[in-house]
Every structure is written in structure tokens, then in C-alpha cells.
Design a protein around this ligand. Sequence first.
Ligand code: IPM
Ligand code: MG
Length: 367
Amino acid sequence: MQLRVTSLPGDGIGPEVTSQAICVLEEVAGGFGHDLELDEKEIGGVALEKFGNPLPDATIQACLASQAVLLGAVGSPAFDHNPRELRPEAGLLRLRQELGAFANLRPAVYYPALAACSPLREEIVKGTDILTVRELLGGLYFGQPRSIEGAPGAREAINTMRYCEPEIERIARVAFQLARTRRRRVLSVDKSNVLECSRLWREVVTRIAFDFPDVHLSHMYVDSAAMTLVLRPAEFDVILTENMFGDILSDQAGGVVGSLGLLASASIGGRVGLYEPVHGSAPDIAGQNVANPLGAILSVVFVLLKKIHMPKEEECVEAGVTSILKGGFRTRDLARPGERTVTTQEMGAQIAEFVRLAANANNRAAS
Ligand code: IPM
Ligand code: MG
């Protein structure tokens, strides 16, 4: 099979983790007999430096012509004082829009091998397997009007939270459908005791739920959800929520299971999906070969599973991650005091090697 993937390494630790993810993907393609066509393009700070634009047209075109986009991270303190549209983040937000990626899936899964990484007691975090389904193209991130205006000392800033029914409906359907592949529970998170957007949200989600009688729907205010996520994380299955709440709760879920470095995400709904680790550009450790590439590598798993539907290949990479963690390999973010750590490259190489051996064994069994 032909795999056409655009990679956007981006800023900070993005290039380091993406190159490990690509190594693993190359191993998958080689081992399972697929033809991988890779195209690398710029986004974020690197694109700003080179072209004065955080999302050049050539990047958009390449992404739209591929089957999946693998993104590293965007964001760099060098551009902190730029106007909004000339910040690296603007490139990512526009890319989400251009791709029509309205549904952001962020799993946070507890790995028993990483019990010590969670700040929570094992008996509390054990069994945690959360899928946050975050609406990605609406709410405060894109609502108009938005501005900062007025004389210095008396300026006023405005952002607008805005949602229309079809936007809520389509993300709700994604969440209910995904719940059917899991434990059939959707928790819709809002702030309907205060916000009109949330009242509409709750009303529409409740209506859509009638189409999914086999899925259990409950509602929670976002403040209470934040607390429950820490007190009883294992009770959550699918969290369905709007853009900003989802941004916050998905990071929190990452903290609960022990490492943001492990979280992968898929932004889907449009023609081409965008797959990226949740961790961001981490400029403080960029270029040091210490970042955790597992979030990026697990994003490849997402591509294989969701987009190209290659369950054998997907299982193989996932088994690689579980086995390497069981084997005690730890990047700095996962290591306890005194534990030996491996570099970004070593971690990637371990998974790639696992995939190579597993693919060989698979091919031997098939012949
Ligand atoms: C994320 C990030 C982005 C977001 C930033 C980089 C624009 O925090 O993907 O969670 O807020 O969506
Ligand atoms: Mg975020």
C-alpha cells in the first residue's frame, strides 16, 4: 500500500521527536511491505524565520495532497512579542482550519510500568483510560470579534466564545461513535450554569444522545470535571467538550497518567488528519536529545489505526511502546531519581528495532 505522509517538524523539540516517529514509520513501511512517500515542510517559528509566514502556502498544499500530516510542535519564545497572526501558534490554528480538523482526539492511558510517574496513588490512577474529544475549530479560539484596543493603561481586550448548533452536533456525533468502540460512556463537560454557549452545548448533546441509545451520557460542569479527574480518573471514558475546556482538561489528563510526553493526538473530521504529540515545543530542552519521542511515535499509531486502517501495524508499534516501557527504558521525563535514562534517539531506536523484529516474525509466520 502507498503511504503519503507530510511531516511538519516545526519548533523546539518538534524536529527531534518527529525524526524518531519517522524512523518508526519507515520501519513499519519496510517491515510490512508498504511504500512510504514522505514530504517535509515548514510550519510555526521555522516557517516565520524562512518565509515570514507561520503557514506558507506550500505547506498547506503538501498537507492537502497527503493522507496524513505528522506534526512535531510549534511555538518559540523568540516570537512572543509578535502580533497574533505572526506567532508560530497562528500557523497551527490556521492549519487546523484549512484541513477542516474539527475533532481533536486525545487519549490519556495509564501504563502500569509507569505507575511511579503519576503524582496520584496507584490505587487511584490504576485503570485510567480517557479519551478527550475536544472541539477544535470553534469557541474562544476563533470567535469574532476579538481585539485589544484603547489607550495604554486603559486598554480593553475582547474574545468571543461562539458555537452554532451544527458545530456542536458534529463533534457530539464523533464522541458518541467513539464511545461505541470503548466503554460506551460519554461525559459532556460544559459551564451551562453560567455560559450561553454551554447551555446550547448541553441541549444539543442531549438531543444527539437519542441517536445513540446504547451509549450512556452524563454532564458535568468544567470545574467539577477538573476536580473529579484528579479524584477518580479511572471513572472517565470519553470526555466531550469545547475547544478551551478540552485544551485544559487534556493537559490535566496527561499529568494524571504521569507524562505529557506520552500523549498523542489526532485532529480529524476533514479530508486529511493532523497527528501530533500533545506536549508542545518545550524550548527549554530543545536540541538536547532528551525529549520523550513516545508522544510522536504514538501519533504514528493513530495514523495507522484511524487513517490508513492497518491494525496489524498499529498493534505492532503499540506493543513496542508497552514492551520498551516494561523493559525499563526511560527518557528523562519518565525517570525516577537514580534511574538510568535514555536519549530521544535511543528511545526511538528501541521502538524501531522492536517493530523490525516483530515485522520479520510476522512475515516468517505468513510465508
Ligand atoms: C494544544 C496547544 C495549542 C492549542 C496551541 C499551541 C495553539 O496547546 O494543541 O493543546 O491551544 O490548541
Ligand atoms: Mg494545549
